[in-house]
Design a protein. Structure first.
Length: 100
């Protein structure tokens, strides 16, 4: 896996997504339940840019078909077999670093 420094941790706020590109992959960064999460912004249902959808609490809603995903687990609400692709993320010296 390759590591990418992608954003200052302080700029990723609860209730909002920060969409970046690392290693040629569009990724949504989230601050959820006191930790950072990184998900590929590709809805497993229909390929939509899911991380560009509305964030409410710990849920992101896909902008195309309103599928909802739990940002803690990445699982689709109501369909635990379907989940977002996640990437390891850590904070190093105040910067979010994603491993791809």
């Amino acid at each position: 896996m390759e590591k990418y420094a992608v954003a200052p941790a302080a700029e990723v706020l609860p209730g909002r997504a920060r969409v970046i590109v690392a290693g040629g992959i569009e990724i949504g960064l989230f601050s959820v339940a006191g930790s950072s999460r990184a998900y590929r912004t590709l809805c497993p249902h229909a390929g939509a840019p899911v991380c560009r959808g509305e964030v409410t609490g710990e849920i992101v809603r896909c902008p195309w078909h309103a599928w909802e995903f739990d940002l803690v687990s990445g699982q689709a609400v109501g369909n635990p077999a379907c989940r977002l692709e996640s990437f390891p993320v850590e904070v190093i010296d105040g910067t979010l670093v994603v491993s791809i």
